[in-house]
Ligand binder design. Structure first.
Ligand SMILES: Cc1cc2nc3c(=O)[nH]c(=O)nc-3n(C[C@H](O)[C@H](O)[C@H](O)COP(=O)(O)O)c2cc1C
Length: 359
């Protein structure tokens, strides 16, 4: 982990109250998947190209395009729930930090301030953002929120496909996740039909492949599917109308002992075959992790917990610092790999190999 992230995590752990901290850090089951995520990126080795004519460091460009959106960095903010658990301004501060870094925010449907206010903060920074969607018991809630996201300026929908129900979370299993219904009500409750039970209406519901097209037709936006962990599943999603996939274990919070994102990424990239963007998250903690992901064929990466640590430790500034530090480390690594821009890294596909002796 980058020293700055270590520092930000330490400070977050000092200020976030215990139940919220457990919620932030927990995995599921024995936390095997959570425990493997970071190491899995270190299982790859890079073969640099020397005398490639790149440099100085200030000339290395991390700018790229993801779907239609132009960003200064391929290091994006993953959808994470309930930012007001860790900072008074919640997602408003996160949005300003993401804007300062020239990144893109995937806004969780569990957002704790009115989503239109977050959209305003992002618009002020000229920052693109996507809306993360779950299928919840009352479809009118999913639809109502997605329609509001479109009206507020979201440019894509991210359908989280790995959560037919929320898994038992190891560190919060003994007590309820500290979700204040008033906090949820900020965005969701107004779409719940009168008389319906709030917790049933808002509980996750099974989603299937047809929901990709349903969301696309409802919103007119491209739909990416998050939680893909195999080439075959990626193909199924694309055939069903997905505009992209996010390789993700949900931060080790859904099925424990699923394969690490870093290990399965090449299979997904190969199955997609350049037909759509492939994003990846889980355990990314340095710019070199990002470099490996891009060299394996990812179009961009997402940071989950590190963004929330930054928010807890230092509000907007903390979020901007986290994204900025990982981006700076990426740029540094790019030049040493022999790549002056993101396209150059992705052209290095044959130059990332498993660690250890090769036969
Ligand atoms: C506190 C927390 C809340 C999360 N909330 C959501 C969510 O609302 N929707 C979603 O699709 N994923 C959610 N995730 C998963 C993240 O989007 C992402 O896949 C994961 O955190 C990436 O791993 P990392 O934390 O190691 O960077 C959450 C993760 C955490 C840690």
């Amino acid at each position: 982990m980058l020293p700055l992230l270590q520092d930000v995590r330490r400070r977050a752990h000092q200020v976030v109250p215990a139940p919220a901290l457990d919620y932030l850090e927990t995995g599921s089951g024995q936390e095997v998947t959570l425990g493997e995520a970071e190491q899995a990126w270190r299982d790859w080795r890079l073969v640099p190209q020397i005398l490639a004519g790149v440099g100085p460091l200030s000339s290395i460009s991390t700018a790229t395009r993801v779907l239609g959106d132009v960003v200064a960095t391929p290091v994006l903010a993953a959808p994470t729930a309930y930012h007001r658990f860790v900072h008074d301004e919640g997602e408003l501060a996160t949005a300003r930090g993401v804007a300062a870094a020239g990144s893109l925010m995937v806004l969780s449907s569990r957002v704790t301030v009115p989503l239109e206010d977050v959209a305003d903060a992002l618009r002020a920074g000229g920052t693109p953002w996507w809306w993360q969607s779950y299928l919840v018991g009352e479809r009118a809630v999913t639809a109502g929120l997605a329609e509001r996201a479109v009206a507020a300026g979201a440019t894509a929908i991210v359908l989280t496909g790995d959560t037919p129900y929320v898994s038992v979370r190891t560190r919060t299993a003994s007590g309820p996740v500290p979700v204040d219904e008033e906090v949820l009500a900020v965005n969701m409750a107004r779409h719940v039909p009168r008389g319906a039970d709030l917790s049933t209406a808002l509980a996750q519901a099974p989603a299937n492949l047809a929901d990709i097209r349903w969301l696309h037709e409802l919103t007119g936006l491209p739909v990416l599917v998050k939680g893909v962990l195999g080439g075959e599943d990626a193909q199924r999603c694309l055939e069903a109308g997905a505009a992209g996939v996010v390789v993700s274990t949900h931060g080790g919070r859904q099925l424990d002992r699923v394969v690490a994102s870093a290990h399965v990424l090449p299979d997904v990239v190969e199955a997609v075959g350049g037909a759509a963007p492939v994003l990846v998250d889980g355990g990314i903690r340095t710019g070199i992790d990002v470099l490996v992901a891009l060299a394996l064929g990812a179009d961009a990466v997402l940071l989950g917990r590190p963004v929330v640590w930054g928010l807890a430790a230092g509000g907007a500034q903390g979020v901007g610092d986290v994204l900025g530090a990982v981006t700076a480390d990426l740029a540094h690594g790019m030049g040493l790999l022999g790549a002056a821009d993101v396209a150059g890294v992705r052209a290095a596909r044959h130059r990332v190999v498993p660690a250890g002796l090769r036969r």
